[in-house]
Write a protein that binds this ligand. Structure first.
Ligand SMILES: Cc1cc2nc3c(=O)[nH]c(=O)nc-3n(C[C@H](O)[C@H](O)[C@H](O)COP(=O)(O)OP(=O)(O)OC[C@H]3O[C@@H](n4cnc5c(N)ncnc54)[C@H](O)[C@@H]3O)c2cc1C
Length: 292
């Protein structure tokens, strides 16, 4: 049931510098508003204390996907549809396309942005596990200048971020060169579409020259901890090892040291732990069949 919308101010600055000036002049008073797909739900439910919103939607300085020699630079305003349509992201960051394709429905994909998904800071969000796998860097901007934060250090705790009140996410930077890795992106929810995940896996693996051993591996999960997490122990148990049943068993066992799921309204800790292990095993077994 919808409540009446409370009164609010929406200011649409003419440029990025004007937006940053506004945030710097009254830090914490203006809430950035990108696609609004998270914010409108909260606003309509009367759950937002803020009444002043800074529209980012038309700020082209925050939009667009740029491909350089070493990086793909994804503007914060890039929508899920933009991600799915980008040839560079399809080729080099397929996990991001997988995540975008399973995020909400078409309307949400046309309007929701990757910057909003990150700044909403939900441990159940769908692009963050893929961003962890790709070692993404977050580029932040304010009147004080720009800075970069490794994405695995950006979320400090549940809904807490290394983001000052006067800063905006400007872009997400992903290093190129992992397009040929074997990948898996799996979201387990209550139903096939429009569901928040109970467990989400993004994983990528590179075989060595022999085609039998794991040269490098990245495993990340959503919905199993206060923030999205890399499974460092599970990775270590597989990295440099021959990809066989013993390695898979050790990696899945080590996963128990990486994730700390909780019981909540969407699922139980025991279910999440079990499913996370199953998803990891499924990925590694599938990779075994690709090993020569
Ligand atoms: C029907 C529906 C289905 C959904 N399904 C999914 C799903 O399957 N998976 C999933 O992960 N999410 C889902 N979402 C959530 C939402 O669509 C995403 O999180 C989306 O990416 C948010 O982007 P936005 O641009 O709409 O953010 P907004 O709602 O505009 O903002 C979200 C938060 O980010 C902040 N923010 C936005 N941009 C910036 C910036 N550049 N710098 C700093 N802060 C910023 C805002 O202040 C706010 O706190 C769904 C939402 C709806 C309504």
């Amino acid at each position: 049931m919808r409540s009446d919308l409370p009164d609010f101010d929406l200011f649409a600055p003419e440029s990025l510098p004007a937006a940053l000036e506004t945030l710097a002049r009254e830090p914490g008073q203006w809430r950035p508003f990108a696609g609004g797909t998270d914010l409108m739900v909260l606003l309509e439910a009367g759950k937002l204390p803020s009444a002043r919103y800074l529209s980012l939607w038309h700020l082209r300085e925050l939009a667009g996907i740029e491909v350089t020699d070493n990086e793909i630079v994804i503007g914060a305003l890039t929508t899920y549809t933009d991600i799915m349509e980008s040839r560079a992201i399809q080729d080099e960051c397929p996990l991001l396309c997988n995540a975008a394709a399973e995020t909400g429905g078409v309307a949400t994909q046309n309007r929701g942005t990757i910057g909003g998904n990150i700044a909403n800071a939900s441990p159940a969000a769908d692009t963050p596990p893929a961003l962890l796998v790709y070692d993404a860097q977050i580029e932040l901007i304010s009147v004080r200048g720009t800075r970069r934060v490794a994405y695995d250090r950006f979320h400090l705790g549940y809904k807490q971020m290394d983001l000052a009140p006067d800063e905006l996410i400007r872009a997400i930077r992903v290093t190129r060169g992992r397009g040929r890795w074997l990948t898996s992106w799996r979201k387990v929810g209550t139903r096939r579409a429009q569901a928040i995940s109970k467990v989400c896996l993004a994983a990528a693996l590179e075989l060595d020259a022999s085609g039998k051993a794991v040269r490098d591996i990245r495993i990340a999960f959503g919905s199993v901890a206060p923030t999205v997490v890399r499974a460092a122990h599970a990775e270590s148990a597989a990295r440099g090892r021959t990809l066989n049943a013993e390695t898979i068993a050790k990696s899945c066992e080590a996963l128990g040291r990486d994730i700390k799921p909780i019981d909540d309204l969407r699922s139980t800790a025991a279910y999440r732990l079990r499913v996370a292990g199953n998803l990891l095993e499924e990925f590694l077994v599938a990779a075994t069949s690709r090993a020569s």
